[in-house]
Design a protein around this ligand. Sequence first.
Ligand code: NAP
Length: 254
Amino acid sequence: MSMKQFNLMGRAALVTGSSRGIGRAIALGLAECGAAVAVHGAHPAKALDETLADVRKLSPRSVAVTGDLSQPDVPEKLVTDATAALGGLDILVANASVQIRKAWAEVTQMEAEQQMQVNFHATLRMVQAAVPGMRTKKWGRILTIGSVQQQRPHPDMIVYAASKSAQENLVRNLAKQLGPDGITINNLAPGVIMTDRNVPALADEAYAARVRNMIALREFGEPSDCAGAALLFCSDAGRYITGVDLFVDGGMAL
Ligand SMILES: NC(=O)c1ccc[n+]([C@@H]2O[C@H](COP(=O)([O-])OP(=O)(O)OC[C@H]3O[C@@H](n4cnc5c(N)ncnc54)[C@H](OP(=O)(O)O)[C@@H]3O)[C@@H](O)[C@H]2O)c1
């Protein structure tokens, strides 16, 4: 074992949804290990500019790409844009998601489709677009970001939870198909991580206390808590790990 196994110099990565939150932390980690990173947000925004500036301090060849993954042509376009800008694509982190909180009986068809499109269909399309280039090099790393809700679905996020379980199933299926070409694919399932999407719900102190009590470590995670595991999966250190579903959740899934 050597720290050199985490060296990503010469590798190119796309991290969707990296303008903020967990994706930003993963993008910074990949850049610190030497990868050129395509950071991504749904739309051009100050947060995306700031993330790109921070990532470039670590890895100057990094770029930004934008696109709303609820639009059917965008997943393939993002892979094409990132590949063109970086001169290849070795690492794909499918991190962006849409999460709509609503009682199950009130979820509309459009809301259900939007979540399935971004959280499942877009992942499949990006993998389809990225794998041919990885196959040529006989090296590739694909990481999907799931959720503790694969194990403990939240009553007000029925479609979101189902979309993450579908994505995890896709990972296990593809691990066997991509392995012979030196491509690993894994799923990292966060618990409650302090990012923008959790601010409104956790502002309710009684609710926050109830959720904290479900977590073995009794605290919410930070985006950087997901970066270490992501680096393992995306580097040579994780060369012999594929088809794995790893909870980074302080023990919430137990
Ligand atoms: N935070 C948690 O507690 C938690 C728990 C379990 C799982 N997760 C998973 O972890 C991942 C990251 O979550 P997070 O909390 O870090 O996210 P976040 O802070 O809410 O940021 C969401 C990111 O996704 C992008 N995005 C949102 N909708 C998009 C769309 N339609 N098309 C393209 N990009 C879109 C956003 O871009 P803009 O900046 O342009 O809006 C942003 O970069 C997600 O897959 C989430 O399901 C999070």
